[in-house]
Design a protein around this ligand. Structure first.
Ligand code: SF4
Ligand code: SF4
Length: 88
């Protein structure tokens, strides 16, 4: 079972811009990101679901968001949603 498939269905959408659904989970690039190893297990789609539970202890090691289809689709900017929270 992939990381994306193991994301708990209990995760809720916080962003008013980016939906949280199966298609979005499938497109998310976070699992391949060097910063992601600091996130709590199973967390992805931070642009929709909000920051990681470990965000206060994390350091920037690169962000894959600009390569993500959702980044351009929803005209997102900055990235590092795992640290700074959902797209607003
Ligand atoms: S923009 Fe970033 S956080 Fe949002 S789905 Fe894509 S890779 Fe994941
Ligand atoms: S939001 Fe950006 S920095 Fe954070 S895990 Fe996803 S791709 Fe990496």
């Amino acid at each position: 079972m992939s990381l994306r498939e193991r994301v708990e269905t209990a995760v809720k959408q916080k962003s008013k811009i980016v939906p949280f659904n199966e298609q979005v989970k499938g497109l998310c690039q976070c699992a391949d990101c060097p910063t992601h190893e600091q996130c709590e297990k199973n967390e992805i789609v931070f642009c929709s679901a909000g920051d990681s539970d470990n965000s206060s202890a994390m350091a920037q090691k690169g962000c894959q968001c600009p390569t993500c289809e959702l980044f351009s689709r929803y005209n997102l900017s900055e990235g590092y949603f795992c640290m700074h929270g959902e797209a607003k």
